[in-house]
Ligand binder design. Structure first.
Ligand code: ALA
Length: 416
């Protein structure tokens, strides 16, 4: 994994930077930048419109990304891949297009307290607007979902009912770093209510581990290009064809219609029905390069690397600070990606992040768009270090050394 650092130009232009904020956005390899640049310099026409060579080339490069993404998440068909602006928009597409049609007063929408706001607020608002019940699965002190019976089996009786229209789940929490047993949860949901539609937020999962929508058996999956070596401005919604085929549009305009008359408009098939207007063509082409790059590294290899590094991160932080550090989710026995959100005794996370910046270390501080989870775990805010394929053991050692300095500066009176 060491050689991959050479692929990331930002690591060359900032040789001293220790970038530990990949959960916010990953760095981009040169081949992604080249692919986007090639579009703008060599064939930068609009897609699906021009009957001339460079427009056809742009259309074909754009459409090819659907197949590449479909293969990456093992979707049965490239027609099930919808390009959006980001994972947030992917979730909103479902809550607007399908949610408004399907949710009646008295119905129920289920999500969890560990969600990112992107997979929480759209469902909350949908429930509120339709007088539906908004049920939030709680978590335990270690961040694991409170869904297990005394034998450790997943038991969703009392949570999922015949009224549950939607259930929204994250595969990997952007604060806990834990990989949730989503496949098993989905099995348990289906056993109670096979009609519940299930959306998986995989924004923090797809960049770090192999994800297979058929194996998960979900109905929808949202992901984000910029967290997986791709450009910002592009997200993906995967959905089962049989649902998308009947789903009404969300945004109206050009490129999503079949026929427009003054009296009536008819719409194109999915996925084009859900891609109104000129999309981020360069971004989608960049995403294709990013997926191919990750496939070249190998998702199993990447996941193993992150699990090792993530375990090192936790161990070094715990050894260095003992009871003075609280790492959210560290006591969970679930598998993890390389991420640790922590409170350091006596130090405000914003001060920690600002002082780490003086040491050329980039981390994120705050609630990481997961206020319900922070409130549940009684943490006002945390400092988060998040790793990726270009992170090294040396980066972690430097973080821990710098944190010592920060702690001494901010809390001179606390005995180390
Ligand atoms: N969702 C991104 C994060 O967790 C921005 O940092």
């Amino acid at each position: 994994m060491k050689d991959v650092r050479l692929d990331f130009p930002l690591l060359r232009t900032h040789q001293d930077l220790i970038y530990l904020d990949s959960a916010a956005t990953s760095l981009k390899p040169q081949i992604v930048l080249d692919a986007m640049n090639r579009y703008y310099t060599d064939y930068g026409a609009n897609i699906h419109r021009g009957l001339y060579a460079i427009s056809e080339e742009a259309s074909s490069e754009y459409e090819e990304t659907r197949q590449v993404v479909a293969d990456f998440i093992n979707a049965p068909s490239s027609q099930e891949i919808i390009f959006t602006r980001n994972a947030t928009e992917s979730v909103n597409l479902i809550t607007y297009a399908l949610g408004r049609e399907m949710v009646d007063p008295g119905d129920q929408i289920v999500t969890t307290v560990i969600e990112h706001h992107a997979n929480f607020v759209p469902w909350q608002q949908l429930a509120f607007q339709h007088d539906a019940e908004f049920k939030v699965i709680d978590c335990l002190e270690n961040g694991d979902l409170d869904i297990y019976d005394e034998t450790g089996r997943i038991d969703l009786s009392g949570i999922i009912t015949t009224k549950t229209r939607f259930c929204a789940l994250t595969l990997v929490s952007n604060v806990l770093g834990t990989v949730q047993p989503v496949k098993e949860i989905i099995k348990a949901i289906r056993a109670i209510n096979p009609k519940t539609l299930i959306l998986v937020d995989a924004a923090q999962a797809v960049p770090h581990m192999p994800v297979d929508v058929q194996d998960l058996d979900c109905d929808f999956l949202a992901l984000s290009s910029h967290k997986m070596c791709g450009p910002t401005g592009v997200g993906v919604l995967w959905g089962r064809n049989e649902i998308l085929a009947h789903m009404p549009p969300f945004l109206f305009g050009g490129a999503m219609i079949r026929e427009v008359r003054i009296e009536e408009t008819t719409y194109d098939e999915s996925p084009h029905r859900f891609e109104a207007g000129t999309p981020d063509i360069a971004g989608v082409i960049g995403l294709k390069a990013a997926v191919r790059y990750l496939q070249g590294v190998g998702m199993q290899t990447l996941y193993k690397h992150e699990q090792e590094l993530g375990a090192t991160l936790l161990k070094q932080l715990q050894e260095a600070f003992g009871t003075k550090i609280r790492i959210l989710g560290a006591d969970s026995r679930l598998p993890r990606i390389g991420l640790a959100a922590f409170e350091l005794e006596g130090c405000h996370p914003h001060d920690v992040a600002a002082l780490l910046d003086e040491e050329n270390i980039a981390v994120r501080a705050g609630n990481h768009c997961a206020m319900p989870l922070h409130a549940r775990l009684k943490a006002n805010a945390t400092t988060r270090a998040s790793l990726y394929l270009y992170t090294t053991h040396d980066d972690i050692t430097k973080l821990v050394t710098a944190l010592h300095k920060v702690h001494t500066r901010l809390c001179p009176s606390i005995k180390k």
